[in-house]
Design a protein around this ligand. Structure first.
Ligand code: FDA
Length: 308
């Protein structure tokens, strides 16, 4: 019931302004975001690596309409990649990039700016010995994001993308991307979407997720199964073995701070597990989407705002 209002608030600049003075160390934020600085996220990556977990790192920010901000975000990724290389962590960590944070929404030439900035990040990732995965934002960006993916893959075929099971189109997108060399992160989808493009009931999203899993795990690509849902994890495991896939020919992915004991359990079983770790000061939209998934956490959030 609270999902819709929380997702609407996730795009409210006024509410963002109101809460964005809150330090990242405050309770609920800290449970999903390990810190603001590059050092903080690199330290978190090292701790995960000590526990046998891989990471994908996201410099928080989205929907920018400012070309300088898009450039600053690109530079932040370059600094991050350099720091990961210095710490010897590029075998266990890659980066996740939201195209709207690097210029996709800029008027006139947003698509082109985002493509060029993404290319810069892909080149730095390649030089550092790691990869980039493009996050997927709301459905209005899907075509542009998949077009940018195709362009990037000409020079950087290791680039991955996210597909969202809640969209009607996604099963077909999975078929198109289930080819050799392709890396697809399958998630349920975190945005508020209209019913003409997306399944509205959880059960229908779950059914779509399973159909997409079947396509990806039977395909030639590298599926990245991004979910905390125990049923989806179980179904993915049995589909993987039914398709003769060994652990390592696919991976499980979960968000930092969500079901950490399950992340470690799967890794201890020999599965490849990657944790999505966001960092930075622009945590508002990310946090609101996490609260929308688990409105029980709203009480903690409000309490931490009041006690600030
Ligand atoms: P579901 O929401 O049904 O949750 C299953 C269980 O997980 C819950 O019962 C609860 O135990 C636990 N859980 C879920 N959310 C929680 C929370 N916030 N706090 C505490 N516990 C929680 N989306 C998108 O639109 N674009 C993207 O690019 C990405 N990228 C991405 C990367 C990775 C690695 C992951 C894991 C997820 C994403 N997502 C995403 C988010 C995704 O679409 C989805 O919103 C969340 O993963 C929640 O969906 P689940 O599959 O976990 O199932």
């Amino acid at each position: 019931m609270l999902r819709q209002p929380l997702l609407l608030l996730s795009r409210s600049a006024a509410v963002q302004k109101l809460v964005s003075t809150m330090p990242v160390s405050a309770g609920i934020v800290r449970s999903y975001v390990p810190g603001e600085s590059t050092d903080a996220v690199v330290d978190a990556t090292a701790r995960l690596a000590d526990d046998g977990l891989l990471a994908t790192l996201d410099f928080l920010g989205e929907d920018t309409l400012d070309a300088d901000q898009a450039e600053a975000t690109t530079q932040a990724y370059l600094e991050l990649l350099q720091r990961l290389a210095e710490r010897g962590l590029t075998r266990s960590a890659e980066v996740s990039v939201k195209l709207s944070a690097i210029g996709q929404f800029l008027p006139d030439n947003g698509h082109k700016v985002a493509l060029e900035n993404a290319r810069t990040i892909c080149r730095a990732a390649r030089n550092a010995g790691t990869t980039v995965t493009l996050d997927m934002e709301d459905h209005t960006t899907t075509d542009s994001t998949l077009t940018i993916l195709r362009e990037l893959r000409k020079d950087f075929p290791e680039t991955g993308a996210v597909l969202q099971a809640m969209l009607h189109r996604t099963e077909a997108d999975c078929r198109a991307l289930a080819h050799e060399g392709s890396r697809v992160r399958l998630c349920k989808g975190a945005y508020l979407e209209p019913e003409d493009v997306a399944f509205q009931d959880r059960i229908d999203v779950d059914k779509s997720y399973v159909r997409c899993l079947k396509v990806l795990l039977a395909g030639e690509g590298y599926p990245m199964i991004a979910t905390h849902d125990p049923r989806m994890v179980e179904i993915a495991s049995s589909l993987a073995s039914r398709n003769g896939r060994e652990p390592g020919s696919y991976e499980f992915q979960m968000l930092y701070g969500i079901r950490p004991e399950e992340q470690r359990r799967l890794a201890a079983k020999g599965e490849k597990v990657r944790v999505y770790v966001p960092y930075g000061t622009e945590w508002y939209g990310y946090l609101m989407r996490r609260l929308a998934e688990r409105p029980q956490n709203l009480t903690f959030f409000v309490r931490s705002l009041i006690s600030k």
